[in-house]
Write a protein that binds this ligand. Structure first.
Ligand code: XIL
Length: 652
């Protein structure tokens, strides 16, 4: 009887302790097909791997290594090393170019083992998240390209398995970058090993998968607006972009802005390093097409490298040091493209998110600084400034414009920001431009007395369907025009909902929502046409809803299948005489997003940064609980056995 009980208990114990472990991960289902298996025994066989290490994207080095036990279960692995102390994902990726692309429309499992030796990774806190990026599309121009969706920490000195299934994509996968998801130096290894990379096909290609496709028979927006202003959109000129979007781009648009790779962090990640690959490709391409490029951007608190304003110990540089860096960067960068880049966003977002009415412009600038780089230029310019000589922290704005003018005298220079439809912010920005333009009049470096230094205002125009009152936009245009400034609508998108009340993901879109959005696009474009003598261009920030940085709100002119939405037709309709029947009044609430809110267009860049690790704390705890349960079960079973044993003994 007691023997029976004992064996039952042992069984229960085994089952209990195994069940949670089994739920930690399922290696793979039995009917999957192995497509590739890389064991890194033979470089010639695995030759489709290379460390991203060219001047456009990265700085890792890698080598095939062999030695007793260096691999995962064998003696071979791929050893990777960070070269230059930059930790963005793409800097440290190892790219696998597939001999045959993985076809769109099927599920694939990607499985790989990673190892980080503590001896070669001193001073790290917790290492975070191996993952992949598809087709090198770090900006996410093809939709969801980064997996796994949830990732956590991984331990040092033990092989860690990355194993996930990707849902069917609507594009073929040509290459896969194996990288870490986090940018922080203390969470990213310096030396690591990959091994046993396997790719499995999990499902057949779904014959009904609908691949988005551009309809090249639609009317051209650029053509329709050719008498008023340029119409633009964003791009990243990569081979894939050329094959999927380039033709459509030249049909609809006649000016372009690069979405990410022309920002300071990508152009010059560290002092003395310039990565002009993305910018060169864009400049060459627009020239081939005979369209213009708007440079974005030279000075910004986000997506900027630390070397601009900090030393190696993260101490803010002095005014003189920061100014020298500013001059070096702008002279090299803007100078390189002098005569080829038509206009620049010289300074982006120097003002705080939301400015209450009647705030003096100098009191509305970003002045804090911290790890988010917010106002780092401002802080450095304060260190060692000579007040008596009239020096001020905000002189970095003036200097940036002057350096840009001297480096690229033909380019039209813009100040760019968001929430400019707010009366307080619009006035602050216009006053700032007046102030610096006035100062420039007496600057001995000014050789064109009739030309302003800040020639225009870029209005980002990241609006919300439920929070936009177009009248405010018109008033801001009027105010800027009063100061003699040109206008450029630089980043237009209008997601559904409002900052505080965002559209639920996955909810089918209604005709009413689409119509309300279209009505706003139409109203805005009617205003733009009215002021077209002062407007150089209207650029939309994204090709289609799924490719948008604010994809959740379906903010653009084309849907997930690249079909024209009512908003597209509304933009064209804005050229026709107004309907006697006005469009329905949008439900307007004027509240601007609170400062530093995660969805404020300002706060967002960091969250949405293509290389940024967006750690989901939840994931970690979810991973831990099966293990905890397992331990509890083992302990409980052990205690029970012990009690039974004692009882049995006592009886005996
Ligand atoms: C955004 C890009 O669209 C994203 O891909 C990136 O992750 C963050 O930056 N204001 C700007 C743009 O000036 O550069 C930002 O672009 C959007 C807000």
């Amino acid at each position: 009887m007691s023997k029976k009980l004992l064996s039952v208990l042992v069984c229960v114990m085994i089952i209990l302790s195994l069940t949670p472990a089994a739920s930690v991960y399922v290696d793979r289902a039995p009917d999957e097909t192995l497509l590739y298996n890389f064991t890194f025994e033979n470089e010639a066989e695995d030759g489709q791997f290379f460390a991203i290490n060219d001047d456009t994207v990265g700085s890792a080095s890698m080598a095939w290594v062999s030695g007793a036990g260096v691999g995962h279960g064998d003696d071979h692995a791929l050893r990777v090393r960070n070269i230059d102390g930059n930790y963005t994902g793409r800097d440290n990726a190892v790219r696998l170019t597939l001999p045959e692309p993985l076809k769109a429309g099927a599920e694939y499992r990607i499985l790989a083992w990673v190892f980080a030796p503590s001896a070669e990774n001193p001073r790290k806190s917790t290492l975070t998240g191996p993952g992949v990026v598809l087709n090198g599309d770090y900006p996410g121009a093809q939709g969801e390209v980064k997996f796994p969706e949830n990732f956590g920490n991984f331990p040092m000195d033990t092989w860690f398995e990355m194993n996930f299934v990707m849902p069917p994509r609507t594009f073929d996968i040509e290459f896969i970058d194996f990288r870490f998801v986090i940018n922080d130096a203390d969470k990213h290894p310096d030396v690591w090993f990959w091994d046993n990379i396997e790719i499995w096909q999990v499902s057949d290609v779904d014959p009904n998968i609908r691949i988005p496709e551009w309809d090249l028979t639609l009317p051209s927006l650029a053509e329709a607006y050719k008498d008023h202003f340029l119409i633009g959109n964003i791009m990243e000129v990569t081979p894939r972009w050329r094959s999927e979007h380039a033709e459509m781009f030249t049909l609809f648009y006649n000016t372009a802005t690069v979405e990410n790779s022309m920002k300071p962090a990508y152009i010059s990640p560290s002092k003395g390093v310039f990565n002009f690959g993305g910018a060169d490709a864009a400049v060459d391409w627009v020239e081939e097409q005979g369209i213009t490029l708007h440079g974005h951007t030279l000075v910004w608190h986000s997506q900027s490298p630390e070397w601009f304003t900090y030393d190696e110990n993260r101490h803010v540089l002095t005014r003189a040091e920061a100014k020298a860096n500013l001059e070096l960067f702008i002279t090299e960068y803007a100078g390189r493209y002098a005569g080829r880049i038509a206009s620049w966003d010289v300074v982006n977002e120097a003002f705080i998110n939301s400015v209450s009415s009647d705030t003096f412009w100098k009191d509305a600038l970003r002045i804090g600084y911290g790890p988010d780089m917010s106002a780092a230029w401002y802080s450095a310019y304060a260190k060692g400034m000579d007040r008596d000589a009239g020096e001020a922290q905000y002189d970095y704005i003036y200097d940036a414009f002057v350096f840009a003018r001297l480096a690229a005298p033909d380019a039209v220079l813009f100040y760019n920001d968001f929430n400019e439809e707010e009366p307080g912010k619009r006035n602050a920005i216009a006053d700032m431009a007046d102030y610096f333009n006035n100062k420039w009049k007496d600057d001995p470096r000014n050789t064109e007395p009739d030309r302003m230094l800040i020639e225009g205002i870029g209005m980002q125009a990241h609006y919300w369907v439920n929070a936009l009152n177009p009248v405010n936009v018109e008033d801001s245009i009027k105010r800027f025009v009063e100061s003699g400034l040109r206008i450029r609508i630089t980043e237009l998108d209008i997601p559904m909902g409002s900052w505080a009340n965002q559209r639920q993901v996955g909810l089918p879109v209604t005709d009413d929502e689409l119509e309300r959005q279209a009505a706003l696009y139409e109203e805005l474009f009617r205003i733009f046409v009215k002021y077209s003598d002062h407007i150089d261009a209207v650029t939309i920030w994204g090709l289609a809803d799924t490719l948008s940085w604010r994809a959740r709100g379906l903010p653009l002119l084309f849907d997930e299948y690249f079909e024209a939405k009512p908003s597209f037709w509304a933009v064209l309709n804005a050229l026709n005489p107004e309907d006697p029947e006005p469009p329905p009044e949008p439900d307007v609430s004027d509240d601007p997003p609170p400062p530093n809110s995660p969805d404020n267009p300002d706060a967002n860049p960091d969250t949405a940064d293509p290389d940024d690790g967006n750690i989901n704390e939840d994931t970690e705890s979810r991973r831990l609980w099966p293990i905890i349960l397992g331990v509890v079960a083992v302990v409980a079973a052990g205690v029970t056995i012990f009690i039974v044993y004692i009882k049995k003994h006592k009886k005996a």
